[in-house]
Design a protein around this ligand. Structure first.
Ligand SMILES: [Zn+2]
Length: 53
């Protein structure tokens, strides 16, 4: 149910469309995955930042 709600990162307009009805900027899912233990790129990102875990 919440998977289709999207949001414009530019003006924070909530919409169901893939582009913002206000400014036309591509929207992103309103509830993106913020952290994934299996995110390999995130693993390298954390190493690059000097995080040990
Ligand atoms: Zn917008």
């Amino acid at each position: 149910m919440s998977g289709r709600l999207r949001r414009c990162p530019r003006d924070r307009t909530y919409t169901l469309q893939v582009s913002c009805p206000v400014c036309g900027h591509p929207t992103v899912p309103a509830h993106p995955a913020r952290f994934s233990p299996t995110d390999n790129l995130g693993r390298y990102r954390r190493i690059a930042r000097g995080w040990t875990i």
